[in-house]
Structure formats: C-alpha cells, structure tokens
Design a protein around this ligand. Sequence first.
Ligand code: NG1
Ligand code: ZN
Length: 542
Amino acid sequence: DEVKNALVQNAAPYPLPEGKRFQYGTAGFRMKADVGLDHVVYAVGIVAALRSKRRNEATIGVMITASHNPAEDNGVKVVDPMGDMLEQEWEEYATQLANTENALFGDIYEKLTNDLLVDPVHQVHTRKSKVVFARDTRASGPHLIKALKASLDALHVEYTDYGILTTPMLHHMVRCHNTKNSPRPFGEASEAGYHKKMANAFKKAMYGRKIKGHLTVDCANGVGGPKLHDLLKYLPNASNDGIDIKVVNDDVIKPEALNYECGADYVKTKQRAPPSSNAVPFERCCSLDGDADRIVYYFIDDNKEFHLLDGDRIATLAANFIADQARVAGIGDKLKIGVVQTAYANGASTEYIQKVMKLPVDCTPTGVKHLHHAAKRFDIGVYFEANGHGTVLFNDNAIDIIKGHDPQSPGQKHALESLDALIDLINQAVGDAFSDMLLTEVALAHRAWSPQDWMNTYIDLPNKLVRVVVPDRNVFKAVDAERRLESPAGAQARIDHYVNLTNRGRAFARASGTEDAVRVYAEAHSARDAEKLANQVAEVVE
Ligand code: NG1
Ligand code: ZN
C-alpha cells in the first residue's frame, strides 16, 4: 500500500492530458515533448520495473530519444535484458499504463503485478528491480528523466542514470549488465568500456590495412557528435595507420539544429547531401541520425551528382566481406550466412545477394525487431533496413567455429582473426551507427575499394516512395511481409494490375507504424515508370 500511494503521489506533476491516446509503436512512444510525454515516461518507469521483476531482476533499459524527429519532439523506449527491443506482448502493457490516470496508477500496478508476476520467484520482495537509463541531447530530456525517476523512486527501483548516450550505447550497457557472469560477457558497462571494446576490435579487424582518404561524418547535430569525439580518442588516427575522420554537424548547443537539413533521414529521404556539406568529389561521407542508431554513406561525383550508399549497400558489403573471410578461413561450408531485408530493400540488392553472392535472403515486416528476430535463424545473420538501421548477429555456433578452428595457413589465420574481431566490432545488441561505420571502413579497406567500386557492385532500380494521407490507415491490412494488401478488398488486385503493366515493376502499400499515413513504394526499370507506378498505387489507396 505504501508503494501504491507513492505511485499516485509522485505522479502529481505529470497528469494525463485530456483527449490524447498514446500507443507504444515500432519506435516506442514518440510525440511532441510538451503534450503529456512526461506522463508517458512516468508510466514507462512502471513498465520497466515490472519487466525487470518478471525477468528475475535483470537490468532493463529506458532510452529517452526521438531519433530523427524534429527537435521539439521526444520519445521513450524500453530495452530488454539482451539489449534488444521490448518483447512485443509487453507493448500492450506499456500502452495501458501510458493511458492511465494518475489516481489509478496504484490500482493498475497492483493488477499488472497480479497478472504478470505469478511465478513464486517474482514474489520475493527483498530483491529490487534494476533499471538503467539515458537520454539524447534534446532540451526536453532532463524534465523527462525527472518524471522517470519519480516512478522508479516510488517503486524502490535500483537504477543507474547514464546521462547522455546514443541509443546503441544504452543497449550496450543493458547487455553488459546482464551478461556479467555469463560464459559470454558482452563487455564493460561504462562509456570507456564501450569505446575501448570498439576501438580494440577495429584495430584487430583492420589487420594493418590502410584506409584511403578521409571520411566525413555528419552527426545530425545530435548525441552522435560528442560521443564520436569521445570514440576518436580511442581509435588509431591517420598518422597512426588508423582512420581519418572529419566530424561535421556536431553542434548540440543550438537545440533547433538537431536533424535540421542534415542527418541520415534527411539524406535518405531527400536523396541529397546536407546543404552544409563541403565534401569534394568521390570523398566518403556518411550521416548518422539523431540518436546514432542509423547510418547511410554517400559521395558526389565530378558532375556534382549525388550517390547514396544506403542500408542495402551496407548489408551487401558486410555480408560479402564476412562470407569471403569465412571462405578464406576455411569455415565457409560450416556456417549458414544469410541476409534479412524488408520490402523496402531495392530489388537489385536482393537479386545481387541471391544470384551473385549466392546467399539466402529473408524478408520481414518493417521494424528492426522483426529483422533482428529473423536474423537469429542464421549462424551469421546480416540485417538492415534500407534507411540504414541494422547490424549483424553471430550465434553461439558461429562464435564457437570461429574461435575454435585451427588455421592451416597464414591466410586462414588472418581471416579467422578478422572474423573474431568482427564479433566485438559489431554491436550485436542493436543497430549502431558507430559500429556499422567502422565495419564499413574495415570492409572497404580489406577490398581496397573506393566508394565508386562499392557503388558499382550492382545498379539500383529507380524507385519512388510516397506518403499518402488517408482517413483511416487501420483499414490497410498487409500480409506476406507487408508486400500484399489483404484489405481493403480488391485493392491488391488493382495494384497487381498496374505492376504487371510495368517493366521490372514492383510496388506495395502499407500503413506506417510511426505516422498517421499509408506509405507506397514502387520500383521499375526507369525512374519515369517508378514514379508513374507509385502514383497509380497511391490512387488505389487514396
Ligand atoms: P514506418 O513509419 O512504419 O514506415 C519507419 C521506417 C522504418 C523504421 C521505423 C522506426 C521506412 C519506410 N520506414 O517506419 O524503416 O525505421 O520508422 O523508426 O523507412
Ligand atoms: Zn534512430
């Protein structure tokens, strides 16, 4: 009862706004920061505490960020014990709690405790729930952290405030805490621990290879800026056989600069470099998003034409490199390597992976939790969304084979050691822009590839993405990894009709999970046809 009262009392400064309905979606809760998000964050503290108890006091993470959204937005998401996204079934409890009035917080807490913590091991009250949390650089962050602490305090949760971190760094901390005493500890749960693990793995994976020229990193004026500066202190620099990184858009003092005309989302959706970019032709550039869990590469050519190397390109480069190293190491036939994409992956990339690289491709619905899950079915699963969100997973079998194989030649030894280094270089908890960037640099250096060489591996099919505002997006029910519409009735037949009339046509429509709209994607042999097909499909759903 003390706890129930405290839950109601501590919530007082964070009332439920009237007439709003909150939903835990693909990216957790995300909205304008000043219309009740503090109430939502307070509720998320309760979710995290319950989730920790349910997992026998494992450490649960809470991240305050709105990623690539405008500066005035913010959001919150929950991280499960292995550093992955909150289990889907629990999204529902988070939604229930977020829509609860302050006066009822005690009662719903009691109800959920009775429903969810039924195992006798959950009933031991002497052990406290454990939560770790962090925020990005948004101005609304400190107030939201206060709301989070208020509910954690009411529930006597043991917590660590990591201050400002990138999203993947927080996922790293969570997994470190929960694997401390396991046979495969993830690392040290500190910022220095994260940087050291990554820098050491990078040095090992490079194996003395040289990186040509320099890399310009656009940090979207978000948390990636200061954290990249920290990481650089640990990485070997250009004068030291290392990497020459030029950091741009790293202003976190001017809050409104965040994601403004820069960052991964800007570059991917506008298909152009940030206007602030001074990159010279053929120089490698990349852009992170506002919380540094997404990355895309690009360059301009001597005609100032822009060339995007998106998540599909990073996936093919990474899978190709890993499969090659496995072959050279003599363990290629022992490992099942595969790639996971969504329907937004360019058809040319899928064909390249299947026909040229001869690796299996799996397609899942949008949202990294689906890709992550599917990637676990391979020994080494490479997954990326086209927008640059992704990572590589090595299962226990793969790790045992890589660490246990006896090399038969210096060549095999080199390849095995680089693979071993990749296990640590890649953030296997979640997609991580820093780790994906270093992986890309390693793969390019091993191949001695310029960005054009990378670009020349296959030619993207021209494509078009449009956003259609509809009266009710919930009537659009997609099946087959969102490639087909089951409802409204007849819509898919009409889409098929237009697709069949288009040379190398492919198109689909699905309700967005993060915005109140339907997204239409179309690709075709020519840009004109892709655009025409997108418009035809948009008309079907309008
Ligand atoms: P929705 O709004 O459901 O299309 C978008 C992105 C996803 C993913 C989520 C979460 C596209 C087409 N969709 O989802 O890839 O990143 O946001 O942030 O890019
Ligand atoms: Zn993000």
